[in-house]
Design a protein around this ligand. Structure first.
Ligand code: GDP
Ligand code: CA
Length: 325
């Protein structure tokens, strides 16, 4: 089936799109005896109710563990809200940001370990040790670089979660910032995973607020540039629209057209200072293949809808094929 036995694959990913893709990739690699390391966005992380939350890391953790609430798209399946109701009665926290009881258990565990002196990578390692994920989860960095949404020239700002969840991305931002990211470093194990990989994949995740912060960690984009392994990305844009979520607003703010070729140009070809060798585009966007190829990025037209486990797995197979596996 493949010329590389037991391939080692690194995936860069955000929450919903990233974790859905990761489950298909994990299943496919498990069958090939391969290894998967997921470098997860931590730009969504925040302190709330005295607890450290890592929304994208937890989406990935729950999805790979098979305990995610798939209907809701986030949090734990079968969760309850007794603690959330108590917190609301106390007037604590954000009433528009519901945290279920089981989910809060993970946040309390993580915060306890951080208070005991573990770094975030070690805390994430402990969280994932509870399940056999068939993958290793790595936060992109151990530095707190929470994404801020800058709303005006005076610098008024919201945490990304408040802008996204409470305001549904309706307030038009002037830019996104990750304060402190210039002084951050990739988390332990990230550069090693990239350097030792047989293939590197960029998930169909939000290019600006999920993959953007990962590539902004100093040294990370350089590591992709110089990696021996080929790099392929999966377009999160199908038919000039973000499939779910509000990625179009983020792209507009960053000046990137909400098209598959626009996102490919934003990531750039590896031969041209960017990070991609190949780009999977939807059948609906087949006409964009020539403009992607003109960027120096190999365009692969594939079905990109992850509407069920079989289609998600097939997309993972297509992405592996695009990197020669
Ligand atoms: P978030 O952190 O929860 O916002 O999740 P991600 O950043 O990982 O993924 C969000 C992106 O996934 C959205 O902007 C969509 O464009 C993309 N997405 C969601 N479902 C699909 C799908 O079925 N196929 C593809 N190609 N992209 C998808
Ligand atoms: Ca996210």
């Amino acid at each position: 089936m493949t010329s590389t036995p037991a391939p080692r694959v690194v995936l860069l990913a955000g929450g919903v799109g990233g974790s859905t893709f990761a489950t298909g990739l994990r299943d496919e690699l498990a069958e090939r005896g391969g290894e998967l390391a997921v470098v997860c966005n931590t730009g969504d992380d925040l302190w709330l109710n005295g607890l450290r939350l890592q929304p994208d890391v937890d989406s990935m953790l729950y999805a790979l563990a098979g305990v995610k609430d798939l209907a809701q798209g986030w949090g734990r399946a079968g969760d309850s809200r007794r603690v959330a109701d108590e917190l609301a009665a106390w007037g604590v926290g954000w009433e528009w940001f519901l945290l279920g009881d089981l989910d809060l258990g993970a946040h309390i565990a993580r915060t306890s370990w951080l208070r005991e002196g573990l770094n975030p990578t070690e805390a994430v390692a402990r969280l994932q040790s509870r399940w056999d994920l068939g993958a290793t989860l790595l936060p992109m960095t151990d530095t707190e670089v929470d994404t801020h949404v800058i709303l005006d020239a005076a610098g008024h700002r919201l945490h990304f979660q408040e802008w996204w969840t409470r305001h549904r991305a309706r307030l038009e931002p002037v830019r996104f910032e990750n304060p402190g990211i210039e002084a951050s470093a990739p988390a332990p194990g990230v550069l090693e995973a990239i350097a030792g990989a047989d293939a590197i994949l960029v998930a169909p995740s939000n290019p600006i607020v999920s993959i953007g912060p990962i590539l902004a960690v100093p040294g990370l984009a350089d590591a992709l540039q110089t990696a021996a392994a080929p790099v392929a990305g999966v377009s999160p844009i199908i038919g000039d629209a973000p499939v779910r979520g509000m990625a179009d607003v983020c792209l507009r703010v960053a000046g990137v057209p909400c098209t598959t070729a626009g996102v490919a140009a934003h990531y750039g070809a590896r031969g041209d200072g960017g990070v991609l060798d190949a780009w999977l585009i939807a059948e609906e966007d087949a006409k964009a293949a020539a403009s992607v190829a003109a960027l120096g990025i190999a365009a692969h037209v594939e079905p990109l809808w992850m509407t069920d486990a079989a289609r998600t797995r097939a997309l993972a197979v297509a992405a592996l094929r695009a990197v020669g596996l």
